[in-house]
Design a protein. Structure first.
Lengths: 264, 158
């Protein structure tokens, strides 16, 4: 890893100002994605602005119809939060499956969304649950947030402060995890609320996405058979040493069918 | 260069480090605590696991400056004098290691797991709880047995 200047501000405003005053800065939350990228020299920075010294960055609030998670909340704390497990059990289960215990002890919600890994679990939850991302300067709908591979709608130096997840009537997340890395080869999250169905697919393409045709079909008939009748063009999907595009298409169908079956 | 201060195995330490210095490098190179191992250096294998403020972390993926003011426990900090920690004893009694390279991280992860899981801990829960620690020798069978026994011994002690 190349060396950098280390800053540890004590407020969000100071953090944003420190970022703006730097040549090429990154915010550091848990560092479970950023530090490996820096070690591999995929990312080189002039400054690291560590968010750990800012009070109030972590915490979970559950209301009757929504959950608000502060951006610095650790995955381990989200997974084990009793109120959240009651309000959106599928979200708690998804977060309990990120990385491993040690990664969940460091990794944060804000970091995971800002990183937007193509095989990330949290982006699927944010998109399927129709989350709202709060930053230091505005709110962004999940539909507008994930713009491409490792790309988001965040402006340079914009900092996520909290994420609001409306509670669905039912939701389920299923992933086919790579047996070694535990990353999703494909993950499918489905959420149902007020007669509407939202589906988010991660791991299959360059960025998490909603298969709109599948959503519309499931709104007409929420059954596993509906899923089987919807086809995908495999040319849109990733192929690598772990799975071909055709296999990823197959996984979308199988996982979506199983998710629907658990919710029906 | 930043100054960093923390407690390691109950002892206050301070050191001047490069910002990029990893916690595991500080432990091994500056403090000479070479019980914490570096296996993959990519936060997959778990040989570098230490406890930081009571939570296990992969010390190859934590900056030393991120551990400022923290309480860090390494494998060297578990025994009381000549008396091994119950989890260490269980690993020895169940022959839960061959080459021993993964063992320090395995033991630290196992202790947090034992503290976190309900009393009747199942072998399946142990296997799942140790997903962040890889062993390339033993096939895990004896490790799982040791963690179960160690967890029971830890409760008996508490």
């Amino acid at each position: 890893m190349y060396d950098f200047a280390y800053q540890r501000p004590s407020t969000v405003d100071e953090a944003v100002a420190a970022f703006a005053a730097s040549g090429d800065a990154r915010f550091l939350a848990g560092g479970q994605s950023l530090l490996p990228m820096m070690k591999h020299r995929l990312v080189r920075v002039s400054d690291i602005v560590d968010l750990a010294g800012i009070p109030g960055m972590a915490g979970i609030r559950t209301d009757r119809d929504r959950v608000v998670i502060r951006a610095g909340t650790l995955h381990a704390d989200v997974a084990e939060h009793q109120g959240l497990r009651g309000a959106i059990p599928a979200l708690a289960a998804l977060v309990a499956g990120i990385g491993d215990r040690q990664v969940r002890n460091r990794g944060t919600l804000g970091g995971a969304l800002a990183h937007n890994d193509p095989a990330g679990d949290y982006p699927a939850a944010a998109l399927a649950l129709e989350a709202t991302i709060h930053t230091d300067r505005r709110t962004i709908a999940a539909d507008d947030f994930f713009t491409g591979m490792f790309e988001t709608a965040l402006a340079e130096g914009e900092l996520i402060t909290a994420v609001e997840f409306p509670a669905p009537e039912a939701a389920a997340y299923l992933k086919f995890a790579n047996p070694a890395s535990r990353y999703a080869v494909v993950g499918v999250m489905i959420a149902r609320r007020d007669g509407r169905v939202r589906v988010a697919v991660t791991g299959a393409g360059p960025c998490v996405f909603r298969p709109l045709q599948l959503e519309a079909a499931l709104e007409r008939a929420f059954t596993p058979q509906t899923v089987a009748a919807v086809s995908f063009d495999h040319r849109r999907f990733n192929g690598d040493i772990h799975a071909t595009p055709q296999y990823r298409v197959h996984l979308i169908t199988v996982l979506a069918q199983r998710a629907v079956a658990t919710m029906a | 260069m930043p100054m960093v201060a923390m407690t390691v195995n109950g002892r206050p330490i301070s050191a001047e480090v490069e910002a990029r210095t990893l916690l595991v490098e500080l432990l091994r190179s500056s403090l000479g605590l070479t019980g914490t191992h570096v296996g993959c250096d990519t936060s997959q294998c778990g040989a570098c696991v230490v406890a930081m403020n009571g939570r296990t972390v992969k010390a190859c993926t934590v900056l030393a400056v991120q551990a400022a003011e923290a309480a860090v426990i390494t494998i060297e900090g578990l025994a009381t004098g000549e008396v091994l920690h119950p989890m260490q004893t269980a690993f020895r009694e169940h022959h839960a290691l061959q080459c021993g390279f993964c063992t320090p991280g395995m033991v630290l992860s196992a202790i947090e797991l034992a503290q976190r899981l309900p009393p009747a801990v199942t072998p399946e829960a142990i296997r799942e709880g140790l997903e962040g620690n890889l062993c390339r020798c033993t096939g895990y069978h004896n490790i799982v047995a040791a963690v179960g026994a160690g967890a029971t011994a830890m409760r008996g002690k508490g």
